[in-house]
Design a protein around this ligand. Structure first.
Ligand code: SF4
Length: 375
């Protein structure tokens, strides 16, 4: 039955042994009498890949896969969207952003609303596109909305350095860059979510190195794997975690994504982050302030910070979320537990940020479905 249900896993020589292992682990789990095993994936790309692959359909009742705060759009605070909007309202500005940010609501509006009202907002696929836009519109102030994690930060760092080296005095950066390690600690310290194991953020690990996440097992005593994004990678990762949770293997941290993630990561990308950014406390939508969880432009590049350039006051305001996004980001609830899911809240008309990006937990569940028990 399991074999029939996995449609994407087309390399049988790889997947068959994994299915056999999963079946053996499931036999052990059937004796757990209602005890659940809660596995969190922290990377938004994993969230989407898990939903798309249909892996949830395979899992027994006892295994819950929870999505963490690894979607940068989902965790960008409302007041930051408001800042973007106030900047976009200026006639002398072109706001440049990744497409995912467009539909996220601030306190009252989204960037899509503002664009419909005539604001100059351009969607790009790479931070470097902002350089070209600034070079071709010297009569405008160009502001790049820099959101993301350690995966995106090096590219943004390169762009910042190129802006300075090229003497572009009309390009600025509105940064809302986050670090993954502090938020993982924050989540694991929250005893309410009872997380038993973790799938580590593979994209971030490709920059920071797998060793960056060893603390999950060593400090919090739970199994953790770095795994890739193909169906068979994820199945193998879950299998490895379950083998540890059921005592078939010793509890330890494992890098199963060695084809892309080395123990110590990408030193050039790390150096780029270190050259351009300082670490600061960061604000996470639905979660609050987490110490040392943000990357901000350092002294050398702070003059390129849009908040400084436009003298924006840091008036943080967040209305209470009229949804369960906060609980979902913290691994306390599943999308199906939100009464707005799929009725009032859809990807076309998102009520909360988890429904906006394709990497948000609610959007992934809406698009690819669940099995009724795992969401
Ligand atoms: S369904 Fe919509 S409103 Fe509910 S938690 Fe998800 S994003 Fe928020």
């Amino acid at each position: 039955m399991i074999q029939e249900m996995i449609q994407e896993m087309n390399d049988q020589s790889i997947i068959e042994p994994i299915i056999e292992r999963l079946n053996r682990v499931f036999e052990d789990i059937s004796g757990l009498s209602g005890q659940s095993m809660r596995i969190m994936e922290v990377c938004g790309t994993h969230t989407r890949a898990i939903a798309k692959s249909g892996i949830r359909y395979l899992l027994p009742q006892e295994i819950l896969l929870l999505s963490g705060p690894g979607c940068p759009v989902c965790v960008t605070p409302e007041y930051y969207i408001d800042i973007m909007i106030s900047i976009a309202d200026r006639e002398d500005v072109i706001l440049v952003t990744f497409g995912d940010m467009m539909k996220v609501q601030g306190t009252c509006f989204s960037l899509s609303d503002k664009k419909a009202q005539g604001a100059q907002i351009t969607v790009v696929y790479s931070p470097e596109d902002a350089l070209n836009i600034a070079a071709h519109h010297r009569d405008k102030l160009v502001v790049f909305v820099a959101v993301g994690f350690e995966t995106t930060a090096p590219l943004i760092g390169v762009t910042v350095k190129q802006a300075k080296a090229g003497g572009l005095d009309n390009l600025f950066f509105l940064t809302a860059l986050k670090r993954m390690e502090p938020v993982i600690r924050f989540i694991l310290q929250d005893e309410r979510n009872k997380i038993n194991a973790m799938i580590c953020p593979g994209h971030v690990a490709s920059i920071t190195g797998a060793e960056h996440f060893r603390f999950i097992t060593e400090e919090f005593g739970i199994p953790a794997v770095v795994c890739g994004f193909e169906s068979q990678d994820i199945a193998a990762g879950i299998c490895r975690l379950l083998e540890q949770l059921t005592g078939k293997r010793d509890k330890k941290f494992v890098n199963l994504y060695q084809r892309c993630v080395t123990p110590n990561g990408n030193p050039i990308a790390q150096q780029m982050i270190n050259e351009v950014f300082d670490i600061a406390d960061g604000e996470w939508r639905g979660i609050g302030t987490i110490r040392n969880s943000a990357l901000v432009l350092n002294d050398q590049y702070r003059y390129l910070d849009a908040v400084k350039r436009f003298e924006i006051k840091n008036e943080q305001y967040s209305s209470p979320l009229n949804c369960l996004c906060s609980e979902i980001l913290l691994g306390l609830k599943l999308p199906k537990e939100c009464r707005l899911f799929g009725s009032i809240c859809t990807p076309e008309h998102p009520s909360g940020p988890c429904m906006v990006s394709s990497e948000g937990a609610c959007a992934a569940h809406f698009k690819f479905g669940g099995d009724g028990k795992n969401g």
